[in-house]
Design a binder for this molecule. Structure first.
Ligand SMILES: Cc1cc2nc3c(=O)[nH]c(=O)nc-3n(C[C@H](O)[C@H](O)[C@H](O)COP(=O)(O)OP(=O)(O)OC[C@H]3O[C@@H](n4cnc5c(N)ncnc54)[C@H](O)[C@@H]3O)c2cc1C
Length: 373
């Protein structure tokens, strides 16, 4: 019987498989099951940014560990992940934003990640005279190189099945495997659900309710310009974020509060035009600039904007989850894969397993995270 069945080949499923392979497990021990294609979900649809700056202590502490691990991991991986420190720049349009960042900066200083308040016109390309906050520690990478580094490391060392997991199989309080849409059953002692926004559906097949919901998000990318925007710029009042890729394209999105539901992966012309107008009102010298393309993906939303990892004592033995990362799960994938591998293979429980446990929803011990970008 297979030791580990991993459901979903996004960055988290691949990172877990990679870390299990590093522990010596192989083809007979690990089955990775993917419904569509490698990286079909958010792992190939994100903005590839990393940050330490969260609202809650739990997420700040997780990020401090995860980003240090990400930085070490990219040196180990096959492809150059283009990891670069660029900073995040928040435009503080009103007193409320300013006061929130004053309070947060005090908290961030206690973790040695304090930033700097400065006049936005220090950035001569910004059309905004007012206060900004720079968090210089944050940066960017390229998701595809991380994703495919993991894939190429494991593809010949584990079993991979392209099919959809329709339901989990449980017997006498223990996980026994999964049933696929082809009708086939795969037996296994442990099932780890890393199905991103779809994770709640997989667990609901045996009546387990984990609140992970899809929220569709669009991203737009312009034609390339000479590189001039270093940080990721966020303006919460105008509800826009953008930065520049190393190739020179301006990449970003706007807030578009939607109902949590699965929708087709399209982008709306209305939102594209709205984004471009706001961008041009904020950045000098880009009047004739055009959008080249756009795409969409799902943020995997939870009630406290924080991820879910580990297991619940009320679950069948051998069932685990690692999902629900809102809009910040790509940067966490290397570290989460390591933590989950230590848990399922060595029974080693990292301190974050309890903090981000799925039980917190039943126990009403939510994390106070509000800084979603
Ligand atoms: C627009 C956008 C911008 C983002 N920007 C950033 C950013 O700048 N920085 C950052 O760190 N994060 C960012 N994120 C978030 C990040 O992309 C995700 O949190 C992360 O990629 C989640 O990875 P995952 O492996 O958990 O899920 P996914 O990548 O979604 O993978 C899940 C996989 O499971 C498969 N699957 C689903 N159901 C089944 C089933 N029943 N059987 C088998 N397989 C199944 C899917 O096909 C998919 O391949 C962004 C996300 C979006 C949408």
């Amino acid at each position: 019987m297979t030791e580990y069945i991993i459901v979903g080949a996004g960055s988290h499923g691949l990172s877990l498989a990679y870390h299990l392979v590093k522990k010596g497990f192989g083809k007979n021990d690990i089955v990775l099951i993917e419904a569509k294609r490698i990286g079909y979900g958010s792992s190939s649809r994100n903005a590839s940014r990393y940050r330490y700056h969260f609202y809650s202590k739990e997420n700040i502490e997780f990020a401090l560990n995860a980003i240090e691990y990400l930085k070490r991991q990219v040196k180990e991986l096959n492809y150059n992940s283009l990891l670069i420190r660029t900073g995040y720049l928040w435009i503080l349009e009103n007193e409320t934003d300013y006061n929130v960042f004053k309070k947060l900066d005090n908290l961030w200083r206690t973790y040695n990640i304090g930033g700097k308040f400065l006049e936005c016109n220090n950035y001569d390309y910004l059309k905004f005279d007012g206060e900004c906050y720079l968090a210089p520690q944050n940066g960017a990478f390229h998701h595809d190189y991380i994703l495919y580094s993991y894939y190429y490391e494991i593809k010949d060392k584990i079993s991979i099945i392209f099919d959809e997991v329709k339901s989990l199989i449980v017997n006498n309080g223990k996980i026994k495997g999964v049933k696929l849409s082809s009708g086939k059953e795969v037996n296994g002692k442990n099932v780890i659900v890393t199905a991103g926004a779809w994770s709640g559906i997989v667990l609901s097949s045996i009546g387990i309710n984990v609140p992970i919901f899809p929220e569709k998000k669009e991203i737009y990318i312009t034609e390339p310009l000479k590189y001039f925007i270093e940080p990721l710029i966020i303006d919460s009042s105008k509800q826009i974020y953008f930065s520049q890729t190393l190739k020179g394209e301006i990449i970003g999105g706007i807030e578009d509060k939607r109902e949590y539901k699965f929708e087709e992966f399209s982008i709306s012309i209305y939102n594209t035009i709205k984004y471009l107008k706001i961008l041009k009102n904020l950045v000098k010298g880009i009047n004739g600039l055009g959008i080249m393309r756009g795409w969409s993906g799902y943020y995997e939303m939870t009630p406290d904007n924080s991820h879910v990892m580990g297991y619940s004592n009320s679950w069948p033995e051998g069932l685990y989850i690692d999902a629900g990362y809102s809009g910040h799960g790509m940067m966490f994938a290397p570290y989460s894969g390591k933590i989950m591998a230590d848990l399922v293979a060595d029974n080693y429980k990292n301190v974050f397993i309890d903090i981000f446990s799925p039980s917190r929803f039943e126990l009403h011990k939510l994390i106070n995270e509000t800084l979603v970008i």
